[in-house]
Every structure is written in structure tokens, then in C-alpha cells.
Design a binder for this molecule. Sequence first.
Ligand SMILES: [Zn+2]
Length: 300
Amino acid sequence: MPEGDTIFRAARTLHTALAGQVVTRFETQYAQIARVHHDAPITGRTVERVTARGKHLLMAFSGVGGRQSAADDQSRRLRVDGPMVLRTHMLMSGSWHIYRTGEPWQRSPVSARIVVGTAGFVAVAFAVPVAEFVEAAAMEDAPALARLGPDVLAADFDVDRAVARLAVSTRPTVAEALLDQTAVAGIGNVYKSELLFLATLWPFTPPADVPVASWLRLLRNARTLLQANVVDPRETGVVTYRGMRRTTGRSNPAERLYVYGRQGEPCRTCGTPIQFRHHGEHNRSTYWCPTCQPAPSAAP
Ligand SMILES: [Zn+2]
């Protein structure tokens, strides 16, 4: 499952390859995107920038410029002639890859949903389930983006605003609140368990019972860990969502996480077997150490 650091890294890699380049090839299997391309071709436009916002990847294209519009369709055509942003969200399965022109793809073309080519590179969105074109001028009003909480990886990340939104989350547990992208954007399921371990918080604590100091600790660690994984030196340039995510700072692949995926294995701090539970709206997995992250003792 891609997390904020992965999307951030993907955006940076795509930006390096594509920004400032003219689009020479554009293909898609999505009707809404194909319609925009049909009305006001994406080929011939310039890729202006590729950025990440939470788990959304945003690819901005220049306007077409100088095109005459058909009188009977003028308003719609004028809009899509302007600068457009391609918004994609990977959910569980999607990934963007970047290849040099002519280089073989690592996944089957059958699962390619969007292809953006320039003279030197081809960017391919494989199995990306959520994609739409948004007018650049209206992007901040796009419902999916307007709802997002502060982005953990943003340069101007506002930790106090994120704490305020998390503290009033309607999700029943702190574990679920951390995944609520309208409270804070960028934290995914792996980091969730790791951050709760580092903050020694029982994952099923109601958000209202989490002290402010613990929220601050969770978020500062989130930013530190996600940033550390963004600058992972093993980055290959091929965008993949199966990269090695690390929270322990240890280089041994078997020791890279504290609790995630370690059900029944000894806690790295105290030796207690790590516990595991599926819970919540999407039945997500949560891992924790019952000794380091104790449940509040029952009332006498
Ligand atoms: Zn422990």
C-alpha cells in the first residue's frame, strides 16, 4: 500500500524526468481523461510540474493556447484548453513507472491506464484506480484535495493544525485516526503501527483520550520517518510501491520495522510477542506490543 513518502518520491522522480518537456504521446483507458485529450490534446502541451499532495499525485500540463474553439461548445472547450492537472491516486494497487524511451516495461501493457511520453521518457500509470483531469485554476476546489488534512511531507507542514484535526477525529481509535487523510495526509498502514509503537500508545485508544504530547510525538516521528524514506539512497529511479520502508534505522532487511508484519515475533525492546488484529471500517491490520503499548487497565 503506497504511503506518503512513496508518492512524494514518485512525484520527484517523474518531475525530474518530465518537467519542462513537451508531451509527444498520450494514451489512456479512462473515458473522462480521453475526452479532455480529444477536445484539447495533451500532446503538444508542456509538463509543468509533478507534485504530491498526501497520497495524490498531481501532474500539471500547460494550456493548449491559440486554439480556435467551436462556437457550439465554446465554454467547455475553452476550459479544457487551459492548464490542466492530472490527479491520480494509487489506492492499494496502482503505481507510476518512468522509463527511457524504448526501454522495456516491467509490467504488462494490459494494466497500463495512462501513458505520458516525451522525447526522452515514457511515464506509465499501471493499475491506477483513481484518475481525473482537473482545471489547474480550480484544483484547490477539487473535492478530493479540498478535504485533505495537512500533508506530513509538505515544506509548510502545520503540526498544530494536524493535531487539532486528529484530536476531533470521529474515527473510533487512534490507529484509524492516523489513516484519516482528512485529518493528516500521507500516513499509511505500515507507518501507523510503527508510529504507535514509537509513541508507546495502545492502538485502540479513542482519539479524544490521546494527550497532545503524544499527538505531537506521533506527527514529528511521522515527518522524520517519511522524510528519511524519501531520501532512501537505494532509490533506483524506477517508481515502485514495493520499496523497502524502514523505521528502525537498521540496514538488515529483517530488522527494518519494529512491529508491522511481525505477529508473534519478539518485541525489539522487551521481547514480548507482537500482537496483531484486523479492525475498523476497512478491516486494516494493526500490530503492537502489549507490554510497550499497554491497554489502559480496566476500572476496579
Ligand atoms: Zn515491547
